[in-house]
Design a protein around this ligand. Sequence first.
Ligand code: AMP
Ligand code: GLY
Length: 412
Amino acid sequence: MTRCVVVGRGAREHALAFALANSAEVVVTPGNAGMAAHGLAISDLSATELGADLVVIGPEAPLVEGLADELRATGVAVFGPGADGARLEGSKAYLKGFLAAAGVPSARYDVVDTVEAAEARLRAATPPYVVKTDGLAAGKGVLVTDSLEAALADAREKLSGRAFGEAGRRLVIEEGLVGEECSIHAICDGERFATLAVAQDYKRLGEGDRGPNTGGMGAYAPVGRLDAGTLGAIEESVLAPTIAELRRRGVDYRGVLYAGMMLTSEGPRLIEYNVRFGDPEAEVLAPLYREGLADLLGSAAEGRLGPVPAPAGAAVTVVLAAAGYPESPRAGEVIEGLGPDGQLGEPLEGVVVFHAGTARDAGRFVTAGGRVLAVTGTGPDLATARARAYEGASRIDFPGCQRRLDVARGAS
Ligand code: AMP
Ligand code: GLY
């Protein structure tokens, strides 16, 4: 049996490990307190020390730092790009130059590193204003606002280094795109790619997409209203030229390329690339491909991409976030409704609980992060999956728990 190591500690890695464990022996490093179910093992040892046939790297930071290169140098198959490929996410300024070279449609932009240049650019723009830190900022480096004052204040704060340190000393100021967003995940083997079911993320904290941007409060897949023609156009105008440009630059990209797309009235535009699975998109996608995930990711890691199987129905994920999230999440609140293995105290068909920010305290689970749990419902169709996800989520509670009730509402 394939021995697979998953690197990471969030609900995304929990979901990947859960699905991989269907056909592989799985160890998660460092994992978290809620990952003990489903036959998963947790270890403090590094991926190198653990030894594996396949290593799947979950988060962007170790990819940007070159963990995939280090592991590949020891001869192990790795799902996740090297540091060269990870620059697509690690630097927004690099990304924008790359997209221009590849001819991928994306927002017009300027790179600025002084307050004067930022002000001049913003004053010449029309709303919505978009101000991004160049470097990684844990998903919180982007402001989209209709207020010029807010945009100016944000640019000053970021450039000062106070808000995001070095990551904010250079900014990308972009044309604001308007339309529906969707998440396209392409599995890549260095030469070829194949897309998974299209997913939708709910980024804002509040219902009706109000409130601050978060890491993501819920997701569903597949997105039925994105027809095959539009997906085909995205593959042709966005993904194919990206893989070609990567190859031109000598980058052997093996991993998932997650294209955040905006469907504008002028056609699909790329908002950004991530070099790993979305979180919470992974919590819907991994269960849908549970049957074949180990083979699929293994084949990509070995440069011989196999076919993407059909998704097993539909999935909906509801995130339960801590009081005070995203600014200052409250830790240590006791979570009700979970059994000793971290799953629902009373199991429900088609419901699985992925842990993001939990810890064990005197035998109970307590909150220990911003996003605490991701409750996924699966079923033959979205309506069933949604009903299951919300029924599961309704059985879990903790003081100050924040959740959106409109994930996948009206979706079909
Ligand atoms: P990111 O942190 O890069 O994922 O961006 C966070 C969110 O900001 C995206 O999911 C979009 O909702 C929004 N966003 C980023 N760039 C733009 C843009 N050029 N126009 C409109 N919205 C954007
Ligand atoms: N769900 C958004 C992200 O993972 O970046």
